[in-house]
Write a protein that binds this ligand. Sequence first.
Ligand SMILES: [Zn+2]
Length: 210
Amino acid sequence: MPPRTKRTKREPDVVCKCRSHCTIYNAQTGQYEGDGEVVSRRTRDNHSADDKKRATRSLHLVTRRQPPSNEVPSEWVKLINDEVNVLMELPLTSPSQPLVFSNNPSETGPFGWPNDQEILLPNYGRHALTGHRSNHAILSTEQRLAELYTFLQLQGFGDAVEGVDLLTDRLLEGLKVITRAKEVEWAGQRGRTANDAVYVNSGTFIYARV
Ligand SMILES: [Zn+2]
């Protein structure tokens, strides 16, 4: 009889249903959807930590309820700023997990920068990403930034409320950083780097710090 193979120390994989990486936010239902992903316990723990970072009280509070008539608009601005701070702490891409585009970058041509309207549409156009888990972090951040931007526009706070202009710029800047991260990945997957690449995918995480 052959000797029993020694048990590896590696613990069995588990299903992770974290919000940061393993499920997808559905803006229509306001729910995180999907069956989760099978990952190692260590990865699951890392994902839980990301979720905790994400789970500030302001998250979802902002778009879930209508502002009561006595709500002070500057409070909304503060809440959204707080949430953007949290979003910007989360990594968008990881060198070990390349983004997965719906179209094959090497067959689709160079990256085309979105116009002012397109950049507000999450995961839009020929550079759209699939539901692959490598994409979850960047997609959920992009979704949320666009959602907050739209929310802010719909409130019509205008110039009357201090900090709205700055916050609007901040949200747009975040969306540009996300687009830039996609551009770099796209160019890399086409076999060469973008001419003026600010981000080089050489072992560091890309963050959307704004
Ligand atoms: Zn996870």
